[in-house]
Design a protein around this ligand. Sequence first.
Ligand SMILES: Cc1cc2nc3c(=O)[nH]c(=O)nc-3n(C[C@H](O)[C@H](O)[C@H](O)COP(=O)(O)OP(=O)(O)OC[C@H]3O[C@@H](n4cnc5c(N)ncnc54)[C@H](O)[C@@H]3O)c2cc1C
Length: 204
Amino acid sequence: MQLLEKSMLAAAQLVAPFSYPTSFERLDIDDNRAVWIEGTPDYRPTPSLRGTIQADLAIIGGGFTGTSMAYHFSQRYPDKKVVLLEAKTLANGASGRNGGMVLNWINGVEDASPEMTRLIYDTTRGGIDLIESIIQKHNLPVSFRRDGSLVNHTSAERAEYAHHKVEVYNQLGIPIQFLDKAALKKVIDIQTATARPLILLRGS
Ligand SMILES: Cc1cc2nc3c(=O)[nH]c(=O)nc-3n(C[C@H](O)[C@H](O)[C@H](O)COP(=O)(O)OP(=O)(O)OC[C@H]3O[C@@H](n4cnc5c(N)ncnc54)[C@H](O)[C@@H]3O)c2cc1C
């Protein structure tokens, strides 16, 4: 047997147990009791799928990722049949329990190159633009505010570093402001921010 065939067979044997499960684990997903759910209109999920269904695209999970995929795919390919399968209800997972903040940047990505910094800013801002345009296009009854975000640095060293970063970002054309204590007080009065410099990021 050729080496390539042998390797493929070995790989297939490795994958096989995962490809063909003999039994299915029952998902134990708790109900979403987040504060967001309280004010929403009565939502009755469609009955559970029984039997077989044909579709061009099957999406598993009705959170941001799944619903966004279903929405954009349907917009792009209106003739294709899309099925979205959700174990509980839409937004029952993290998408219906989060902080509701629509922010620039990517968590954990710090000190990227100037080009990457600009790309991340443009891309995440583009995402926020898109969310706003979808809300407007479909006249969605949601509370969406776009008035920037605030990062409060409570250590002088971190605030100093943030001040430097703001200057770098401004050179890249990214509209972010640094506010010291007095300037910040005109925007918002944070009691704990007594003696330390603070930063206001107007990124979105
Ligand atoms: C506490 C918290 C705060 C956050 N705050 C923010 C924030 O302020 N801003 C922000 O941008 N992001 C925030 N996030 C992150 C954000 O909420 C997630 O990145 C996002 O919701 C992930 O969406 P998702 O669709 O990938 O996953 P999920 O929303 O978790 O959706 C997955 C869905 O798949 C379903 N599912 C799972 N397995 C199956 C199966 N086998 N069959 C069928 N359905 C299945 C689940 O029931 C669920 O509904 C926060 C996250 C948390 C946890």
